[in-house]
Design a protein. Structure first.
Length: 278
Protein backbone atom coordinates (compact mmCIF):
# COMPACT_ATOMS: atom_id res chain seq x y z
CA UNK A 1 0.00 0.00 0.00
CA UNK A 2 1.43 3.41 -1.08
CA UNK A 3 2.31 5.74 1.71
CA UNK A 4 0.24 8.95 1.58
CA UNK A 5 2.02 12.30 1.11
CA UNK A 6 2.08 14.60 4.06
CA UNK A 7 1.24 18.25 3.67
CA UNK A 8 4.74 19.44 4.55
CA UNK A 9 6.22 17.11 1.90
CA UNK A 10 3.90 18.55 -0.72
CA UNK A 11 4.87 22.04 0.41
CA UNK A 12 8.60 21.21 0.16
CA UNK A 13 8.12 19.74 -3.32
CA UNK A 14 6.23 22.82 -4.46
CA UNK A 15 8.90 25.09 -3.03
CA UNK A 16 11.62 23.05 -4.75
CA UNK A 17 9.81 23.21 -8.09
CA UNK A 18 9.23 26.92 -7.68
CA UNK A 19 12.91 27.46 -6.88
CA UNK A 20 13.86 25.35 -9.89
CA UNK A 21 11.60 27.35 -12.20
CA UNK A 22 12.90 30.61 -10.73
CA UNK A 23 16.48 29.46 -11.24
CA UNK A 24 15.66 28.55 -14.84
CA UNK A 25 14.09 31.98 -15.39
CA UNK A 26 17.10 33.68 -13.80
CA UNK A 27 19.44 31.60 -15.97
CA UNK A 28 17.50 32.54 -19.11
CA UNK A 29 17.65 36.21 -18.12
CA UNK A 30 21.38 35.96 -17.47
CA UNK A 31 21.88 34.27 -20.85
CA UNK A 32 19.82 36.95 -22.59
CA UNK A 33 21.69 39.72 -20.82
CA UNK A 34 25.01 38.07 -21.65
CA UNK A 35 23.95 37.72 -25.29
CA UNK A 36 22.97 41.38 -25.35
CA UNK A 37 26.33 42.34 -23.86
CA UNK A 38 28.19 40.15 -26.37
CA UNK A 39 26.18 41.62 -29.25
CA UNK A 40 26.76 45.17 -28.04
CA UNK A 41 30.46 44.52 -27.50
CA UNK A 42 30.75 42.90 -30.93
CA UNK A 43 29.16 45.97 -32.51
CA UNK A 44 31.52 48.26 -30.57
CA UNK A 45 34.55 46.21 -31.63
CA UNK A 46 33.39 46.20 -35.25
CA UNK A 47 32.94 49.97 -35.16
CA UNK A 48 36.34 50.44 -33.52
CA UNK A 49 37.90 48.12 -36.09
CA UNK A 50 36.37 50.10 -38.95
CA UNK A 51 37.53 53.36 -37.38
CA UNK A 52 41.05 51.94 -36.97
CA UNK A 53 41.14 50.78 -40.58
CA UNK A 54 39.95 54.20 -41.73
CA UNK A 55 42.63 55.86 -39.62
CA UNK A 56 45.30 53.54 -41.02
CA UNK A 57 44.16 54.35 -44.56
CA UNK A 58 44.17 58.07 -43.76
CA UNK A 59 47.64 57.84 -42.23
CA UNK A 60 48.90 55.94 -45.26
CA UNK A 61 47.44 58.55 -47.61
CA UNK A 62 49.01 61.28 -45.48
CA UNK A 63 52.39 59.53 -45.55
CA UNK A 64 52.12 59.16 -49.32
CA UNK A 65 51.27 62.85 -49.69
CA UNK A 66 54.18 63.85 -47.46
CA UNK A 67 56.51 61.56 -49.40
CA UNK A 68 55.24 63.01 -52.68
CA UNK A 69 55.81 66.57 -51.45
CA UNK A 70 59.29 65.63 -50.23
CA UNK A 71 60.14 63.94 -53.53
CA UNK A 72 58.80 66.87 -55.55
CA UNK A 73 60.83 69.31 -53.45
CA UNK A 74 64.03 67.30 -53.80
CA UNK A 75 63.57 67.00 -57.54
CA UNK A 76 62.82 70.70 -57.88
CA UNK A 77 65.95 71.59 -55.90
CA UNK A 78 67.91 69.16 -58.07
CA UNK A 79 66.64 70.78 -61.26
CA UNK A 80 67.37 74.25 -59.87
CA UNK A 81 70.92 73.18 -59.05
CA UNK A 82 71.45 71.74 -62.51
CA UNK A 83 69.68 74.41 -64.55
CA UNK A 84 70.35 77.40 -62.30
CA UNK A 85 73.57 77.13 -60.32
CA UNK A 86 75.12 74.74 -62.82
CA UNK A 87 74.59 77.12 -65.71
CA UNK A 88 75.86 80.08 -63.69
CA UNK A 89 79.02 78.19 -62.78
CA UNK A 90 79.52 77.29 -66.43
CA UNK A 91 79.27 80.97 -67.31
CA UNK A 92 81.81 81.85 -64.61
CA UNK A 93 84.20 79.20 -65.93
CA UNK A 94 84.00 80.60 -69.47
CA UNK A 95 84.63 84.13 -68.17
CA UNK A 96 87.58 82.89 -66.10
CA UNK A 97 89.10 81.19 -69.15
CA UNK A 98 88.72 84.40 -71.17
CA UNK A 99 90.30 86.42 -68.36
CA UNK A 100 93.22 84.01 -68.13
CA UNK A 101 93.85 84.34 -71.87
CA UNK A 102 93.79 88.14 -71.65
CA UNK A 103 96.25 88.18 -68.76
CA UNK A 104 98.48 85.66 -70.50
CA UNK A 105 98.46 87.70 -73.74
CA UNK A 106 99.67 90.70 -71.79
CA UNK A 107 102.40 88.69 -70.12
CA UNK A 108 101.08 89.41 -66.64
CA UNK A 109 102.15 87.09 -63.78
CA UNK A 110 98.55 86.88 -62.57
CA UNK A 111 97.78 84.70 -65.59
CA UNK A 112 99.05 81.58 -63.79
CA UNK A 113 96.60 82.11 -60.95
CA UNK A 114 93.78 82.93 -63.35
CA UNK A 115 94.34 79.65 -65.21
CA UNK A 116 93.59 77.76 -61.99
CA UNK A 117 90.17 79.36 -61.60
CA UNK A 118 88.45 77.42 -64.44
CA UNK A 119 89.73 74.15 -62.96
CA UNK A 120 88.29 75.00 -59.55
CA UNK A 121 85.00 76.09 -61.06
CA UNK A 122 84.96 72.90 -63.13
CA UNK A 123 85.26 70.85 -59.93
CA UNK A 124 82.37 72.85 -58.47
CA UNK A 125 80.30 72.13 -61.59
CA UNK A 126 80.97 68.39 -61.26
CA UNK A 127 79.99 68.48 -57.58
CA UNK A 128 76.85 70.45 -58.40
CA UNK A 129 75.84 68.02 -61.13
CA UNK A 130 76.48 65.07 -58.85
CA UNK A 131 74.36 66.65 -56.12
CA UNK A 132 71.63 67.50 -58.63
CA UNK A 133 71.65 63.93 -59.95
CA UNK A 134 71.25 62.62 -56.40
CA UNK A 135 68.29 64.90 -55.72
CA UNK A 136 66.72 64.56 -59.16
CA UNK A 137 67.76 61.24 -60.75
CA UNK A 138 67.91 61.60 -64.52
CA UNK A 139 65.29 59.49 -66.27
CA UNK A 140 63.57 58.22 -63.13
CA UNK A 141 60.18 59.33 -64.44
CA UNK A 142 60.79 58.00 -67.95
CA UNK A 143 63.24 55.09 -67.89
CA UNK A 144 62.16 53.86 -64.45
CA UNK A 145 63.86 52.70 -61.27
CA UNK A 146 66.26 50.10 -62.68
CA UNK A 147 68.34 52.41 -64.90
CA UNK A 148 68.38 55.07 -62.16
CA UNK A 149 69.78 52.53 -59.67
CA UNK A 150 72.39 51.45 -62.21
CA UNK A 151 73.54 55.07 -62.54
CA UNK A 152 73.51 55.49 -58.74
CA UNK A 153 75.75 52.43 -58.31
CA UNK A 154 78.16 53.62 -61.02
CA UNK A 155 78.35 57.13 -59.53
CA UNK A 156 78.90 55.70 -56.04
CA UNK A 157 81.79 53.55 -57.22
CA UNK A 158 83.35 56.41 -59.19
CA UNK A 159 83.13 58.89 -56.31
CA UNK A 160 84.00 56.64 -53.36
CA UNK A 161 86.10 53.83 -54.80
CA UNK A 162 83.80 51.28 -53.14
CA UNK A 163 82.72 48.53 -55.54
CA UNK A 164 78.97 48.98 -56.03
CA UNK A 165 76.92 47.09 -58.57
CA UNK A 166 73.30 46.31 -59.35
CA UNK A 167 71.70 42.88 -59.71
CA UNK A 168 68.53 43.54 -61.64
CA UNK A 169 66.19 41.58 -63.87
CA UNK A 170 65.21 44.11 -66.51
CA UNK A 171 61.78 42.49 -66.70
CA UNK A 172 61.07 44.20 -63.37
CA UNK A 173 61.19 47.96 -63.75
CA UNK A 174 59.14 50.42 -61.70
CA UNK A 175 57.96 53.51 -63.56
CA UNK A 176 55.37 54.63 -61.01
CA UNK A 177 57.09 57.85 -59.94
CA UNK A 178 56.05 57.82 -56.26
CA UNK A 179 57.19 54.22 -55.75
CA UNK A 180 60.32 54.64 -57.87
CA UNK A 181 61.37 57.84 -56.10
CA UNK A 182 60.92 56.41 -52.60
CA UNK A 183 62.80 53.22 -53.48
CA UNK A 184 65.58 55.23 -55.14
CA UNK A 185 66.04 57.55 -52.14
CA UNK A 186 65.85 54.56 -49.77
CA UNK A 187 68.67 52.91 -51.73
CA UNK A 188 70.65 56.15 -51.78
CA UNK A 189 70.32 56.49 -48.01
CA UNK A 190 71.28 52.84 -47.43
CA UNK A 191 74.38 53.15 -49.62
CA UNK A 192 75.45 56.41 -47.96
CA UNK A 193 74.83 54.86 -44.54
CA UNK A 194 76.92 51.79 -45.40
CA UNK A 195 79.84 53.88 -46.64
CA UNK A 196 79.65 56.35 -43.76
CA UNK A 197 79.43 53.82 -40.94
CA UNK A 198 80.35 50.40 -42.32
CA UNK A 199 83.51 51.08 -44.35
CA UNK A 200 82.66 48.28 -46.83
CA UNK A 201 84.73 47.12 -49.79
CA UNK A 202 81.63 46.10 -51.74
CA UNK A 203 77.94 47.00 -51.94
CA UNK A 204 75.37 45.00 -53.90
CA UNK A 205 71.95 46.44 -54.77
CA UNK A 206 69.37 43.86 -55.82
CA UNK A 207 65.95 44.54 -57.39
CA UNK A 208 63.72 41.50 -57.97
CA UNK A 209 60.17 40.20 -57.88
CA UNK A 210 59.43 37.44 -55.36
CA UNK A 211 56.01 35.85 -54.81
CA UNK A 212 54.27 38.76 -56.52
CA UNK A 213 56.02 41.43 -54.44
CA UNK A 214 58.84 43.80 -55.24
CA UNK A 215 61.98 43.13 -53.22
CA UNK A 216 64.78 45.67 -52.97
CA UNK A 217 67.88 44.82 -50.95
CA UNK A 218 71.15 46.62 -50.30
CA UNK A 219 73.92 44.38 -48.96
CA UNK A 220 77.39 45.41 -47.84
CA UNK A 221 80.40 43.60 -46.39
CA UNK A 222 81.31 46.32 -43.92
CA UNK A 223 81.76 46.37 -40.16
CA UNK A 224 78.08 45.85 -39.42
CA UNK A 225 76.36 46.97 -36.25
CA UNK A 226 73.79 45.94 -33.66
CA UNK A 227 70.34 46.88 -35.07
CA UNK A 228 68.81 46.92 -31.57
CA UNK A 229 71.30 49.56 -30.48
CA UNK A 230 70.61 51.64 -33.59
CA UNK A 231 66.82 51.83 -33.27
CA UNK A 232 67.09 55.23 -31.65
CA UNK A 233 68.17 56.74 -34.95
CA UNK A 234 71.37 58.27 -36.20
CA UNK A 235 71.73 55.76 -39.03
CA UNK A 236 68.86 56.99 -41.16
CA UNK A 237 66.81 53.88 -40.40
CA UNK A 238 63.70 55.91 -39.57
CA UNK A 239 63.82 57.73 -42.90
CA UNK A 240 64.22 54.49 -44.83
CA UNK A 241 61.40 52.83 -42.90
CA UNK A 242 59.16 55.83 -43.57
CA UNK A 243 59.85 55.64 -47.30
CA UNK A 244 59.04 51.93 -47.35
CA UNK A 245 55.80 52.39 -45.44
CA UNK A 246 54.81 55.34 -47.67
CA UNK A 247 54.39 52.91 -50.58
CA UNK A 248 52.71 50.21 -48.49
CA UNK A 249 55.89 48.21 -47.98
CA UNK A 250 57.81 46.74 -45.08
CA UNK A 251 61.36 47.52 -44.01
CA UNK A 252 63.89 45.36 -42.24
CA UNK A 253 67.59 45.36 -41.59
CA UNK A 254 69.86 42.47 -40.71
CA UNK A 255 73.31 43.08 -39.30
CA UNK A 256 75.77 42.08 -36.65
CA UNK A 257 79.09 43.57 -35.61
CA UNK A 258 81.72 42.43 -38.10
CA UNK A 259 79.16 40.80 -40.38
CA UNK A 260 78.07 43.53 -42.77
CA UNK A 261 74.46 44.57 -43.19
CA UNK A 262 71.45 43.87 -45.39
CA UNK A 263 68.71 46.46 -45.82
CA UNK A 264 65.54 45.02 -47.36
CA UNK A 265 62.28 46.57 -48.50
CA UNK A 266 59.35 44.39 -49.61
CA UNK A 267 56.56 46.32 -51.31
CA UNK A 268 53.47 45.63 -53.42
CA UNK A 269 54.12 45.77 -57.15
CA UNK A 270 52.94 49.19 -58.37
CA UNK A 271 50.35 49.27 -61.14
CA UNK A 272 52.92 50.87 -63.43
CA UNK A 273 55.54 48.18 -63.90
CA UNK A 274 57.25 47.60 -67.18
CA UNK A 275 58.25 44.15 -68.28
CA UNK A 276 56.86 40.69 -67.88
CA UNK A 277 55.19 39.61 -64.71
CA UNK A 278 56.75 36.60 -63.13
Amino acid sequence: MQKPFHLHEIRQFALAQSAKWQAQRDLRQIREQLQELVTARTIELAQANRALKNRIRQNLRLEQEIAQISNDLMQRVGRDLHDGLGQQLTGIMLMAKALAKQLESRGLPEAATAREIPHLVGDAIKATRSLARGLCPIGLDTAGLGPALRTLCADTEAMTGVACHLEWNEGVNIVDLLAAANLYYLTQEAIANAIRHGEPSQIVVRLTREHGSLVLSIRDDGKGFDPAAANGGGLGLGIMRHRAEAIGGSFEIQSRPGGGAIVRCIAPMPNECRGERG
